[in-house]
Design a protein around this ligand. Structure first.
Ligand code: GTP
Length: 247
């Protein structure tokens, strides 16, 4: 939508450190479930392109390709148990992404919000910062480590703790629309929209807790299509289409 023509405000700045937040579904490619190795490798290549351009990157993935806590609870499970299962799903995705990144020469560290020391490091903020300063991609696993919080909230929380300049929210569409573009032909894309408008119009960019955290900490959210090869780096260079959510 050209509610705002591209200008200095809607341009993505060259960022020093960004958080990539992706849903787990992205990693299943065209499958109905689980991990598609080709897609995981492609996402890793996309992250490498951004790292090679000199930007520090940390990542939070969801687990919708493996297990959804909310769906588990809806089917009668205890919400807390279902959420812990979802957090374990995130760890599986984090390890898959770590493996793919290291195969192409990108140093990584996985840090988990729930201690599982045989598998990965525990989340330690200062250590994560040092890893990134050394050019390593830090993948934050197991969400916030607490039930009742989504991986979107974990993304906004870790982005705040890591002093990220932006959250890149990788989705299946190229930004935030006035309505679901798959259902409504007249839906138009915003170039730029405020956090408040996202909340009051219930635009579901990320859940309300995540949006509030990003808003309070003044971290813009760049919504872009993460399924298109090379698009992460392209949007990080202010090219192509995307929506910036900011104060
Ligand atoms: P520097 O301090 O910059 O050298 O970072 P580093 O991560 O290389 O140092 P460290 O000695 O902490 O870690 C060496 C390796 O062990 C890395 O691959 C870490 O990911 C891994 N590692 C460190 N702590 C843990 C842990 O608690 N659990 C697991 N599974 N691996 C760990």
């Amino acid at each position: 939508m050209s509610e705002n023509a591209p200008n200095a405000v809607t341009q993505v700045k060259p960022f020093k450190r960004i958080m990539l937040k992706m849903s787990g579904e992205v990693l299943m490619g065209s499958n109905e479930y689980g991990l598609d190795p080709e897609t995981v490798n492609r996402v890793a290549e996309d992250i490498k392109e951004v790292v090679d351009a000199g930007t520090q990157v940390c990542v939070v993935v969801g687990a919708g390709n493996i297990f959804r806590g909310v769906a588990g609870a809806a089917s009668g499970m205890d919400r807390t148990t279902a959420d812990y299962m979802g957090m374990l799903g995130i760890v599986i995705n984090a390890l898959a992404l770590q493996n793919a990144l290291e195969h192409i020469g990108i140093q990584t560290r996985v840090q988990s919000g729930i201690r599982m020391d045989s598998i990965c490091e525990p989340y330690i903020r200062r250590k994560a910062m040092r890893h990134m300063e050394k050019g390593r991609v830090v993948i934050f696993a197991a969400g916030t480590g607490n039930p009742y919080f989504t991986s979107d909230t974990a993304g906004a929380l870790r982005a705040s703790e890591m002093d990220c300049d932006a959250i890149f929210k990788g989705t299946k569409v190229d930004g935030v629309y006035t309505a679901d573009p798959k259902k409504d032909k007249n839906a138009t894309r915003y170039d730029k929209i405020s956090f408040i408008d996202v909340l009051t119009k219930d635009l579901r960019v990320m859940d309300a807790t995540a949006i509030s955290l990003a808003r309070e900490n003044n971290i813009p959210i760049v919504v872009f299509d993460v399924q298109e090869k090379g698009n992460f780096a392209k949007v990080a260079r202010s090219e192509g289409s995307y929506t910036i959510v900011s104060n």
